[in-house]
Design a protein around this ligand. Structure first.
Ligand code: PEP
Length: 255
């Protein structure tokens, strides 16, 4: 079933106390959501057990992680495996974020291996894709994103794909305050859905949740989410302030 989702990516922000306080503030204003609508909170690894305890018993607010390792276990100092995340109650793993691709040199092949790890460990994947500014300026963004989607997901079976959510995040819009227009977002989301349809068929394409990410804020969330192929958002900066994040959740709840 195609879900509406608002997911918080805290990135490398907040101490443990600040994280706990933010979750408490979000709880205070959380609207009632039906089963097709979910909120995901992806704190840094160190917060995961604490945040998981705060979210225990909640059905519509799920625990997320921002990454996992591409191997099952072993001598990878400082890393965290998908099985560890699963054992801590994580339900969604963000993979292929542009910051991971750029700063940690994650290739399409590495991201694909991470997708496998998350799925084998029975978590949902939030698979990120999106083009840099020079690609957008050259007008080749559709091909660029299509190739990321194919490389990261097309090895999956129909069943496995059911546990994947796609997040389209144009790199030029992440943390820049420069948001994609509704037309740019809708065009790309429709393209991604078409790419999924061509490989996996109508039902899989119709069921795929495709989130928009990149300077999504209370002031633009409702408009972006009103696009036919936009099923919610992956939120960075605005997820660190309870009032802003709640406004964005409200925009999704109202759909
Ligand atoms: C992100 O990095 O996933 C993101 C969408 O960031 P921001 O909302 O800050 O642009």
């Amino acid at each position: 079933m195609r879900k509406k989702i608002v997911a918080a990516n805290w990135k490398m922000n907040l101490t443990l106390n600040e994280g706990a306080e933010l979750v408490n503030e979000i709880f205070k204003g959380l609207p009632v959501l039906n089963e097709e609508k979910k909120v995901v909170i992806a704190p840094p690894y160190l917060h995961i057990v604490q945040t998981g305890e705060q979210l225990a018993g909640m059905i519509d607010v799920c625990l997320g992680a921002q990454n996992c390792h591409s191997e099952t276990s072993g001598a990878y100092t400082g890393e965290v495996s998908a099985a560890m995340l699963k054992s801590a109650g994580v339900e969604y793993v963000i993979l292929g974020h542009s910051e991971r691709r750029e700063y940690f040199k994650e290739s399409d092949a590495t991201v694909a291996k991470k997708v496998n790890q998350a799925l084998v460990n029975e978590m949902q994947v939030i698979f990120c894709c999106g083009e840099p500014l020079e690609v957008r300026d050259a007008g080749t963004q559709n091909d660029y994103v299509e190739s990321q989607v194919k490389a990261g997901l097309f090895h999956l079976s129909d069943e496995q794909l059911k546990n994947v959510v796609i997040a389209y995040e144009p790199i030029w819009a992440i943390g820049t305050g420069r948001v994609a227009s509704t037309e740019q977002a809708q065009d790309m989301h429709a393209h991604i859905r078409g790419v999924i349809r061509a490989q996996y068929g109508d039902e899989a394409a119709g069921d795929m949740s495709i989130l928009y990410g990149g300077s999504c804020k209370p002031t633009n969330a409702a408009e972006l989410f009103s696009c036919a192929d936009v099923d919610g958002g992956l939120i960075g900066g605005a997820s660190l302030k309870a009032a802003e994040f709640l406004d964005i959740i409200e925009a999704m709840a109202a759909l």
